[in-house]
Design a protein. Sequence first.
Length: 126
Amino acid sequence: MAIDAAFSTTRVMRLAGVLVATGTAIELVVSRSMWPALSLSFSGAAAIINFHWLEVLVERVAQPGAPKFGGAGVFRIVLRMALLGGVLVGLLIVPEADPVAIALGFSTVVVAIFAEAFRWALKGGE
């Protein structure tokens, strides 16, 4: 069985999802309140979605040759960023939202990127 040594954004999103789910479960047990767990899960989901959207954007624009990007793509990105901004504002407006849980949720993607980069380096990354 061959192990893929390439850096994988799919693995990053999966690991971030596992971290969000684990963190949500721990928040439910430790705080015994639903609000910190919801704060962590919504902010983690928003971070994962944002990571995916940025990956797609870079893939379309940064390829050799003409960018595969038009006016409709720009409009979709504006709508997606508005959706992400709406989630962020919603998390900050709700008085029961836990700021520490929000910070932990958004940091899950960063932790997952570091873990994947470390795995990639150990497997002989190019």
